[in-house]
Design a protein around this ligand. Structure first.
Ligand SMILES: [Zn+2]
Length: 403
């Protein structure tokens, strides 16, 4: 590891490098098994509201993990598909979560229209990058780590069923209390970068209530809620870029009941992002400072959202170690901050050292052209195996000791 990573002037332990090479080689040999699991999972649509499909998919994931050697459990969640928690028990000390989700943003029928396919080195299909590719990678890293049980005490693969639509922490986060680290398998960025910081987000709705009136006969008796909401949209947009890295987008507008009626009600929704918790709170204060709209009342509904995932010394140490392992494998990448949120934001917020973007390199998430680069699957597997060894050998203890 580099001296900036943990304050020790010492090379990355040889055992971590050795495991990285070993698991990369095993993953190359076993790539067809990885692809077989990925293909089935991509070909099962899994939007968070398709409960029957989510049941089916979670059962398949659990069975595949059992076949690999995990002890798998389906955890029921009220009104949602089951979560999968699957554990490998080793002879070491470290407890590490491999964090994934198996829901996608795609409707039922999408996989039938454009099923899993491979085009030269790219795997395509709904959710292949976000994040069934990462899920398959986590599962198969587990497979190859069963040959190195000394490298961990507990490896727990967690796959949520509702990540894409949930503005709060994953339902089973308490199960990860006391874990040493969380490795999140959202896909790597297009240039291979991993993710060591994420903006926090807040979603909210502003509702305006005015007074209806006939738009032609008695317009002055009405109080136009739609017009007030349009003013609000323009006022709130000023928060975009108001602080470094802050963004605000008005994401929805609705109002009115007919061509000839002054709208009594209207509303907007917005998406706010910021790098620090303090900036998010400041922006929400600004949102609440509604100007006076003559006889029109406004109310804010705060819909919540993930907190910022900040780059702590532990996170930096994990990231720098991953980068060094990548370099060792000839797989160069950097670590970056991103505006997108993931369940890694929640684990980081709960004080668990978290590193994200460890999934296969890919992109165009949430579009029909979503892809992963299959050649990066063994490389990533090697990096993750090396990271597990480094954590077992005390990488993060050193951060705490020096921190
Ligand atoms: Zn995702």
């Amino acid at each position: 590891m580099s001296d900036t990573a943990c304050g020790q002037d010492e090379d990355l332990p040889e055992r971590a490098q050795r495991e990285a090479h070993r698991v990369r080689a095993s993953m190359r040999d076993g790539l067809s098994d990885f692809i077989a699991d990925l293909e089935r999972w991509v070909n099962t649509d899994s939007r968070a509201d398709a409960l029957d499909l989510l049941e089916e998919l979670a059962a398949d994931i659990a069975a595949s993990l059992e076949a690999i050697g995990f002890e798998a459990e389906l955890v029921p969640v009220a009104g949602k598909g089951p979560y999968v928690h699957a554990a490998l028990t080793g002879t070491g000390q470290a407890r590490v979560a491999l964090l994934c989700h198996h829901d996608t943003v795609f409707d039922r029928g999408t996989a039938a229209e454009r099923p899993f396919s491979i085009d030269s080195d790219r795997a395509l299909g709904p959710g292949v990058a976000d994040m069934k590719g990462g899920l398959a990678l986590a599962a198969h890293v587990g497979r190859h780590m069963t040959d190195a049980p000394w490298a961990f005490g507990r490896l727990e693969l967690v796959s949520a069923s509702d990540e894409e639509s949930r503005p709060r922490a994953l339902r089973t986060i308490d199960r990860l209390k006391g874990f040493d680290a969380v490795l999140c398998f959202e896909c790597g960025r297009v240039d291979g970068s991993i993710v060591s910081a994420r903006k926090g987000g807040r979603w909210f709705r502003v509702r305006a209530k005015g007074r209806a009136a006939h738009a032609g006969v008695a317009p002055d008796e009405g109080r136009n809620a739609a017009s007030a909401i349009c003013h609000e949209a323009l006022r709130l947009e000023k928060l975009d870029d108001a602080r470094a890295g802050m963004t605000l987008q008005v994401t929805g507008l609705a109002g009115g009941i007919g061509l000839n009626t002054v709208p009594e009600k209207a509303e907007l929704t917005a998406d706010l992002r910021a790098s620090t918790a303090e900036d998010l709170e400041w922006a929400m204060q600004c949102v609440r400072m509604f100007p006076d709209y003559d006889d029109i009342s406004l109310e804010l509904e705060d819909l919540g959202g993930p907190p910022p995932f900040e780059r702590t010394p532990s996170v930096t140490s994990l990231a720098e170690t991953a980068i060094e392992l990548g370099r060792e494998l000839g797989h160069s990448f950097d670590h970056v901050s991103t505006g997108g949120v993931s369940d890694g934001s929640w684990t980081a917020w709960h004080g668990l050292p978290t590193l994200d973007g460890l999934g296969p390199v890919g992109g165009l998430d949430h579009t029909a052209d979503e892809y992963i680069e299959l050649a990066t699957v063994p490389e990533r597997a090697g990096v993750i195996a090396g990271l597990l060894v480094a954590i077992e050998l005390g990488l993060l203890d050193l951060v705490v000791a020096n921190g």
